[in-house]
Design a binder for this molecule. Structure first.
Ligand code: FES
Length: 119
């Protein structure tokens, strides 16, 4: 999903309604030229930049498909690195022990917001 808005601010940007991100689902966005994704795991929503620490490429297999088959890890489509969903740490693959860049995300009033840092 591409969202083009005002220039980046430190204000939270509305991404989607909460019910649009079910358990074990992930969704990608490009906001203010920042490629990011969110994932819901054990009820909690996490947000990361969509950039593998190995070769700095987007992670997804297909649009909005960031998780492995069992939906237990984030998986890079290029070389198969696995990252924990809770903190984005690579636990298997060529970027082992490196981390995805997390973004500030909040869920309130049935909506999910992300704050895009100024670059
Ligand atoms: S680019 Fe992601 S594991 Fe190589």
């Amino acid at each position: 999903m591409l969202i083009k808005l005002m220039p980046p601010t430190q204000q939270p940007t509305l991404l989607i309604r909460s019910h649009e991100l079910g358990e074990g689902q992930s969704k990608g966005f490009i906001i203010h030229d920042t490629n990011l994704f969110i994932v819901r795991h054990q009820g909690k929503v996490m947000a990361y930049r969509n950039r593998c620490p190995h070769q700095k490429v987007p992670l997804e297999w297909l649009p909005n498909q960031f998780l492995d088959y069992d939906k237990q890890f984030i998986q890079c489509a290029t070389h198969g690195a696995l990252f924990t969903i809770d903190d984005g740490l690579c636990i298997s693959g060529p970027c082992n022990q490196k981390s995805l860049t997390s973004l500030s995300v909040e869920e309130r009033d049935d909506k999910i917001y992300c704050t895009i840092p100024k670059t």
